[in-house]
Design a protein around this ligand. Structure first.
Ligand SMILES: [Zn+2]
Length: 481
């Protein structure tokens, strides 16, 4: 850990850190801890980052889920060694199977992971695990180790900080959410999570079930090349065996708590599953936003990245980007003037379609940072910023594709592109015993059988009893081009 890293992080999150290290006893772990910040600073950091998390991922728009998670989370956190924290639990509108914690008591559960649980006790075990990261102050420790400057999101990860400023993308501060904890931290959080969930009256045997599900999700995502849970939760090794051993040591009265399967299955019915097409979808390289009623065509082979505050595409070599964002200015004119009033931005020529070329450079040294194209337009009462940029050396090879892409922005009026509904979970009570494969034939899903198996924590040939509650995926059909 170095002072340089600490200051890098300090700048990102925007609060000042005393450069004094104190050694304190952690009440949750009973271990002595080298802490670089006080509890007040830790809470302040969470408070400052929380609005940014909400702006970037969005809270899931369902008051029932939000009040439920707050109630359940608070109940579990009250059993922890830090009950006095202002615990805040939020369901994020994110299909990725993950849960995260910020220092100071901010816990996030993606709707993607909620879909995979089959009981309230499973959810309680993950909440307990995340609460454990906070009580053990893992992120406070990890921040001292991590090179936060290298963390980022999506497009932001490949673009430099300077680029981000033009594109209006998420700031560095969110890097804190994506800290990778070590195996020891994960094992410790598992143990703490088990402690808290059992104290809150839940069945501990549901915890290893979650690990099995997460393993299956990770394997499935790994085959698709993107194991999200693993990026924030490294595999602590024999996780299931470790937790089984701990459960065996629990006093018998703690080994028989609430499972809450039926109540959870009733709750999960109607939950949005996978990407929510109302927040944008693609057909080929054409991106449609049904709520904002626009479309844009991205260059061939470019990877489209749809985020809450921006949609964009990256060149295959990841050295050029096209990004659309909403401007906070009242008119394209005002947005245009605001953009070109920035130091280090030089206006070029009008390239047609209201697109202007620009050059960005370091105002101190004059060193070139990027060449690009920028345009602003008004659509349905909102001002959009359209930008394409790359390094000066690659400008010639990309300017044509970027110009064509930005100029393709158009209004969408056809109902079939606008009236799209997301996929949701439907829970079926089986009329008779059948295998999952039979279930999938009789009650079809808009998802692969392998995903339905993971969702229900069974195998394709598992015989399911009459009356079993089984999840399937309905809706979410997109128009064909
Ligand atoms: Zn964890």
């Amino acid at each position: 850990m170095t002072i340089t890293r600490r200051t890098t992080w300090t700048r990102g999150v925007g609060i000042s850190l005393l450069l004094i290290a104190a050694c304190t006893m952690n009440p949750a772990t009973g271990q002595r801890q080298l802490t670089l910040m006080s509890q007040a600073q830790e809470i302040e950091m969470g408070r400052q980052t929380h609005p940014e998390v909400l702006a970037t991922f969005g809270a899931y728009d369902d008051p029932e889920w939000q009040s439920y998670i707050q109630e359940l989370g608070s109940k579990i956190a009250a059993t922890s060694e830090r009950p006095e924290l202002d615990w805040t639990f939020t369901v994020l509108d994110d299909p990725v199977v993950n849960a995260m914690a910020l220092p100071g008591g901010f816990i996030y559960v993606n709707r993607g992971i909620l879909a995979d649980f089959n009981s309230e006790a499973e959810l309680a075990s993950v909440l307990g695990h995340e609460i454990g990261h906070v009580t053990a102050r893992h992120s406070v420790e990890a921040m001292s180790r991590a090179q936060l400057a290298q963390l980022g999101l999506g497009v932001a990860a490949v673009a430099s900080e300077e680029f981000r400023q033009y594109a209006g993308l998420a700031s560095q501060g969110l890097g804190i959410l994506f800290l990778k904890f070590g195996r020891d931290d994960e094992n410790q959080s598992d143990a703490l999570g088990l402690r808290y969930m059992t104290r809150a009256g839940y069945d501990p045997y549901q915890m290893p079930k979650v690990f099995n599900t997460l393993d299956r999700v990770t394997q499935a995502q790994g085959m698709r090349g993107n194991p999200e849970w693993m990026s924030t939760h490294p595999d602590p090794g024999n996780r299931v065996q470790n937790i089984d051993a701990r459960i065996a040591q629990l006093p018998p009265e703690l080994r028989q708590g609430t499972v809450g399967r039926e109540s959870y299955m009733a709750r999960v019915e109607g939950l949005v599953y996978g990407d929510d097409v109302r927040q944008g979808y693609t057909i080929g390289q054409t991106y449609y936003h049904p709520v904002l009623a626009f479309k844009v065509e991205f260059p061939d082979q470019w990877q489209i990245i749809n985020q809450r505050q921006a949609v964009g595409a990256l060149s295959p070599q990841r050295d050029a980007a096209v990004v659309l964002t909403l401007s906070n200015k009242d008119s394209p004119r005002a947005a245009f003037e605001d953009f070109f009033s920035q130091q280090g931005v030089q206006r070029g020529s009008n390239e047609g379609n209201n697109l202007y070329s620009f050059r960005a450079f370091d105002p101190q040294t004059g060193v070139s940072k990027a060449d690009g194209l920028i345009g602003f337009l008004s659509h349905n009462g909102q001002v959009y910023q359209l930008i394409g940029y790359t390094a000066a050396e690659t400008w010639r090879s990309y300017s044509g594709a970027m110009r064509q892409s930005l100029a393709s922005f158009a209004k969408v009026t056809q109902k079939r592109y606008l009236d799209v509904e997301p996929k949701t979970i439907d829970v079926v009570s089986l009329p008779r015993a059948m295998t999952l494969a039979e279930f999938a034939k009789r009650f079809p899903s808009n998802a692969e059988l392998s995903d339905i198996a993971i969702l229900n924590a069974v195998n394709e040939d598992t015989m399911l009893e009459k009356g079993s509650l089984v999840k399937r995926i309905v809706g979410g059909k997109l128009p064909t081009k």
